[in-house]
Design a protein around this ligand. Structure first.
Ligand code: ATP
Length: 460
């Protein structure tokens, strides 16, 4: 949806480096004066998107408009934006004043105007009286303020900030977060902020754009993103969650943890596999009653400053996380209540692995650049294109990569109450989705094995 209110319009931006696609059809519309945060794990394409917006990089496809003007091919210094980087990139041989004045001097702005603007910018960032200081004598936080002053002195319409607080210690980061929020209010300009820190995003932003693997997963207010995550990736990335496999039995009725629950979701159809997300603070826990409620046994209880965090196992062997102001002892039998409105039901992105494949002969099929033995396929000839399906739990992972038919590394591990759902990324960049009871770590190198009986071949 477009609107004259939008200062930034990024439409269908795609970008690849070599054969690796880093941004995949990203669209984003930002309102004047909004504080928008692009949030996602390392490598998801946040910085690439910001650099394209700043003009330091180009997109392969898509269009960028600022204030209604197409700036897709406009060089960085002619765009009405300024960027603050993670590393402050101050000139070490110039003092604070000259660092801030640098751009204005280049633009041949008059001396008295430069002085006025530099002083105003210093005041904005709380660094009045520091103008003659050597930048090398400043703390990290003070240097970052100078970097921000240097960006806002140009009066950009849009300020781009790429993890500007990442190099600061926790206390300084928290202080600077508050100051940035105040600065944003006072300046009234649009901020586009990049971070991998979900708490920072929730604290600062009017709008959060959650990205993963070069794609936008969800755009919304911090409350929307936290309370109504669009998929299990967002739920897992933003805060703690119980993410469980479920079956939507019919409208307002979902089965998970081996029981049926009332929920508020509709329109999924009947008997459809879904992901169910429940925040740990939304499960009410009490000493065991005989009312037929969900039951369990406390396995661990840790004090977290304000609340207690407990893991509870159900009689069916599911493990759930609960946060509560009251502590329940390890071994205690408890009952639990989950309100229908606290059960978030999400469509599953996929229910099994699907690979494009080619038959080699009637008992061999090639997919993921590897030949696999399959059960005899009557009437299929070599060279025929087919589709292969493999269930998540039929993919076997091996410690010893030589034992597998192909090799990859483990990513995006999601605990689902009684098993892990994870992705193995092959060295060719393909994804294999796996359900397993074994514990793997992020980036473990594994061998992958698929048995002939588990390969379902479908003619296309
Ligand atoms: P981080 O928080 O770690 O900076 P990010 O989400 O900002 O991560 P990007 O820096 O945008 O991610 O990088 C996305 C992917 O593109 C990464 O896999 C990165 O290695 C790759 N990449 C970025 N710039 C280049 C480049 N100039 N040439 C090749 N690959 C690149």
């Amino acid at each position: 949806m477009k609107d004259s209110n939008f200062i930034i319009e990024l439409s269908h931006i795609s970008k690849s480096f070599g054969d690796k696609q880093v941004l995949d059809d990203v669209s984003l519309f930002v309102k004047k004066g909004e504080f928008v945060t692009i949030l996602g794990p390392s490598g998801c394409g946040k910085t690439t998107l910001l650099r394209i917006l700043a003009g330091f990089g180009t997109s392969d496809e898509g269009e960028i408009r600022i204030d209604g003007k197409d700036i897709t091919n406009v060089p960085p210094h002619e765009r009405p934006v300024n960027t603050v980087f993670q590393r402050y990139a101050l000139f070490p041989h110039l003092n604070v004043y000259d660092n801030i004045a640098f751009g204005l001097k280049l633009k041949k702005v008059k001396e008295d105007e430069i002085e006025l603007r530099v002083r105003k910018a210093l005041k904005m960032v709380g660094m009045t009286d520091y103008e003659w200081r050597d930048v090398n004598s400043l703390s990290g936080g003070q240097q970052q303020r100078v970097a921000i002053a240097r960006a806002i002195v140009n009066r950009p319409q849009v300020l781009l900030l790429d993890e500007p607080l990442a190099a600061l210690d926790l206390k300084m980061r928290k202080d600077m977060q508050m100051e940035l929020k105040d600065m944003h209010k006072t300046l009234g300009i649009t901020f586009v902020y990049v971070t991998h820190d979900q708490e920072e995003a929730l604290t600062l932003s009017d709008t959060i754009v959650v990205m993963s693997e070069g794609k936008v997963q969800q755009i919304g207010t911090p409350t929307d993103i936290y309370n109504e995550p669009a998929n299990s990736f967002v739920a897992d990335f933003i805060g703690e969650s119980n993410i469980l496999n479920g079956i939507m039995l019919k409208d307002c009725k979902v089965q998970f943890l081996g029981r049926e629950f009332e929920c508020v979701d509709k329109g999924f159809g009947e008997n459809v596999p879904v992901d169910v997300v429940i925040r740990p603070e939304d499960i009410y826990i009490m000493a065991k009653t005989d009312s037929g409620m969900l039951e369990g046994t406390v396995q661990s209880c840790i004090f977290k400053g304000v609340h207690y965090e407990m893991t509870v196992t159900t009689p069916d062997g599911y493990e759930i996380m609960i946060q509560d102001y009251n502590a329940f002892e390890v071994g205690q039998h408890v009952s639990m209540i989950i309100k229908p409105s606290d059960i978030h039901v999400m469509q599953k992105e996929r229910t099994c692995n699907t690979f494009e494949a080619t038959m080699i002969d009637s008992t061999h099929v090639e997919f993921l650049s590897t030949q696999f033995v399959c059960n005899e396929q009557a009437g299929i000839t070599g060279g025929e294109k087919v589709e292969v399906e493999v269930d998540f739990e039929k993919i076997e992972l091996m410690d010893n990569k030589e034992d597998g038919m192909l090799v990859g590394d483990v990513r995006f591990i999601l605990y689902k109450g009684d098993h892990y759902h994870l992705t193995v990324r092959t060295f060719d960049g393909d994804n294999i989705y796996v359900d397993t009871h074994d514990v793997w770590d992020d980036r473990d190198i594994v061998g992958v094995k698929i048995m002939p009986d588990d390969i379902r071949i479908k003619r296309v």
